[in-house]
Design a protein around this ligand. Structure first.
Ligand SMILES: [Mn+2]
Length: 257
């Protein structure tokens, strides 16, 4: 559990699921430009920035090599982190092979599991949201392969030009592997992150649950005091959440870049 004090007038920002590089680097470039413009804007009053996964449609770190591209995003994150604004990264199912680069190069801590945070006195449960709760079964099966040490070792020995291209192809083409079901609201009873959050609340209170992964902007009251917010995405919705020290609000970034 980490506690962050939010000074008067400052805010905490949340965004997820940019899927940079998909379907191609060129085609995702306008989305990247918009995201970097947003980062540039929020740094003015950000007390902290949370990126909740799938920033990249595919990310792989070899010992001395990372994928090409995303220079403006990485540069902007470096600039903001260097200015003293803490940035927190939670891996998504598309970029779970992060292995030290963000920490060493950008000074950004990377989490592979959901975490609890307290901002002033408000409690948050934060994560990407993949594989939590009931359902998402095809993806859970694939995640076992993705995180298997032997599979990771095998993949690493493919030449990056082959390995990265193969992974990009699979990521864009295969929804079972990427774990992205069609993003339609299933109804509260079937939304597994709602079920997951409700179960969590049985043992401990949180004011807010914030996840990505669904690619659907959602704000769902779980009970009188708790809310589940899904951040939507930066592919279709360009949505983000902002906490002003009292309340979390879901917003749309409307600027046309
Ligand atoms: Mn995603």
């Amino acid at each position: 559990m980490q506690t962050i004090n939010i000074p008067e007038g400052k805010k905490v920002y949340f965004a997820s699921d940019n899927h940079l590089g998909a379907p191609t680097i060129e085609q995702s470039y306008p989305r990247e430009k918009k995201f970097v413009t947003w980062l540039d804007e929020i740094k003015e009053d950000a007390a902290a920035i949370f990126l909740l996964g799938d920033l990249f449609d595919f990310w792989m770190e070899y010992k001395t090599v990372v994928p090409k591209g995303f220079t403006r995003t990485l540069g902007k994150l470096a600039e903001i982190a260097d200015s003293g604004i803490p940035i927190f990264y939670f891996v998504g199912n598309h970029d779970l092979w992060m292995n030290g680069y963000f920490e060493e190069e950008l000074g950004i801590p990377v989490y592979h599991q959901p975490q609890q945070f307290t901002f002033n006195t408000t409690t948050f449960f934060i994560g990407h949201g993949d594989g939590l709760g009931p359902g998402d079964i095809g993806y859970k099966r694939m995640k076992k392969v993705f995180t298997n040490p032997f599979c990771k070792w095998l993949f690493k020995w493919l030449h990056p030009d082959i390995g990265v291209r193969l992974a990009q192809h699979l990521s864009v083409k295969n929804k079972l592997i990427s774990g992205d079901d069609d993003a339609n609201f299933l109804g509260e009873e079937k939304e597994w992150l709602v079920q997951y959050a409700k179960r969590k609340l049985e043992t401990k209170h949180y004011d807010y649950f914030v996840f990505g992964h669904r690619h659907l902007p959602l704000e769902i009251k779980l009970n009188e005091k708790s809310t589940y917010t899904n951040l939507g995405d930066w592919v279709k919705y360009y949505t983000y959440a902002v906490f002003n020290g009292e309340k979390l609000t879901l917003k749309e970034y409307k600027i046309i870049v």
